[in-house]
Design a protein around this ligand. Structure first.
Ligand SMILES: [Zn+2]
Length: 440
């Protein structure tokens, strides 16, 4: 390692650093130093470790060291959310299908107005950076202009899809098969890898359109997303609809709709997957399809979720099905992945599953999302050679001194359980590739 003291293109940031390594391992340096260097216009991590040791090792003097307060960690990837539902996240929730019909669909219909969509996009995509989330997979409404506004304002690591809805939907949100296919194909050609083929879910999107969306995504090696097996009522509905359709008469599981439309694969992310049969788990694994798990959205009604149930992450691990965490705004009540992490730990602990640690939650909110998006080599942790991305989360000296990574995360996140609105404003700084994109 060369002595770095004379190089002007060095950043050395001293603070309390968390570094997610795996489900089981998360490094924590209470007095840590992250050393980064600028390589052809881009800041890359050289090393993270104990501050005193690295200062000596690299021959740094105090003028080269920036102090960064708060708890420092990689920024988040949110692998399933609806930017057009930011305003229905607080609406009364009794069940998935009722909430969609009563609140969500009318709100999404408003995004037909380009001025409204543009104004909302300008606000939303700033807001998400302020919660420390810098990338992920997002659903827009059915409207072309809303998608254009979203892509214009969203930072580049977000991929966005216009939902496709061709049946069992309110009139204002129903496209003909042809309209849906043409818009999907236009978006795929126009936005390339930024676009995600996004049939809303099997009940609202006909099989020909799901197949066309899947084909369009494959042809550009792009991503696809939809919802699956969130509630039993939804599963029964899907089977009753598709058993009447040619080519699907003999299906006995929800996933067969997506299998037969060519939708499954390693670049397909399915939201929820709470109620899966053995055969469905098997097919998820065989096709390497990914789950976006949304604990706050699926959480109990009294915790402002839709009460759909708890995702069985241990089963997913056992079956070797990849999964990452997500907010599912507006099914989930808060955009902050800190809230999602807290909810994941709390709900699993209540169900007697102590393996749902904060370290695991952090790993699945950072490194795993980056990995699924094909960014695992450059984002998601502070391994050598990765981009200099980090967030700073408000934390007191006492919280920072709480112990190991799990204990510190618990000390920072758990106290706000009874006042969860706080999570959305707990991040004090978001940095992407050495540049600050949010600072409070
Ligand atoms: Zn969703």
């Amino acid at each position: 390692m060369p002595n770095l003291s004379s190089s002007p293109e060095i950043k050395a940031i001293r603070g309390a650093w968390l570094n997610p390594v795996s489900d089981e391992r998360c490094g924590y340096s209470r007095d840590g130093l992250l050393v980064a260097s600028k390589e052809s216009d881009s800041w890359k991590v050289i090393e993270l470790g104990d501050a005193e040791a690295l200062i000596t090792k690299h021959g740094l003097d105090s003028s080269q060291i920036e102090q960064e307060p708060g708890l420092l960690m990689p920024p988040f990837f949110d692998m399933h959310f609806h930017w057009v539902q930011d305003e229905v996240r607080d609406m009364p929730k009794a069940s998935l299908l009722e909430w969609l019909e009563k609140y969500t669909f009318p709100k999404e219909a408003a995004f037909a107005d380009p001025d409204f969509a543009e104004e909302k996009a300008a606000f939303f995509w700033k807001r998400i950076l302020a919660t420390g989330t810098i990338g992920g997979l997002c659903y827009s409404s059915i409207h072309k202009t809303a998608l254009e506004s979203a892509v214009r304002h969203a930072p580049k690591y977000f991929k966005i899809g216009n939902v496709l809805m061709t049946m069992n939907s309110p009139e204002a949100l129903t496209q003909s098969d042809r309209e849906a296919m043409e818009l999907n194909s236009w978006a795929s050609k126009t936005f390339g890898q930024r676009h995600v083929a996004s049939p809303r879910f099997a009940p609202t999107t006909g099989p020909d359109v799901i197949a066309a969306a899947s084909f369009a995504a494959d042809s550009i090696d792009g991503f696809a997303q939809t919802h699956m097996c969130e509630t039993q009522q939804e599963i029964d509905w899907v089977l009753s609809i598709y058993k009447e359709m040619p080519g699907f008469e003999d299906i006995d599981s929800y996933i067969q709709v997506y299998e037969r439309t060519g939708f499954l694969g390693p670049k397909t992310v399915l939201g929820h997957c709470i109620h899966l049969s053995d055969a469905e788990w098997k097919l998820m694994a065989e096709t390497d399809t990914v789950v976006a798990s949304c604990p706050t959205s699926n959480g109990p009604l009294e915790e402002r979720g839709l009460g759909s149930g708890l995702f069985d992450f241990r089963r997913a691990d056992l079956e070797e099905v990849r999964w990452a965490l997500a907010s599912d705004i507006g099914g989930g009540p808060f955009l902050s992945m800190l809230d999602v992490m807290g909810s994941f730990v709390r709900q699993n602990a209540e169900a007697g599953n102590e393996a749902a640690t904060f370290s695991r939650a952090l790993y699945r909110s950072t490194q795993m999302g980056a990995h699924v998006l094909g960014l695992g080599e450059s984002k998601g942790s502070f391994a050598e050679g990765k981009d200099l991305d980090f967030i700073s989360v408000e934390a007191s000296e006492e919280q920072l001194g709480a112990g190991n990574a799990d204990e510190v995360l618990s000390a920072v996140i758990s106290p706000h359980e009874s006042n969860r609105d706080v999570y959305d404003s707990l991040v004090r700084k978001t940095v992407i590739e050495g540049e600050s994109v949010f600072e409070c």
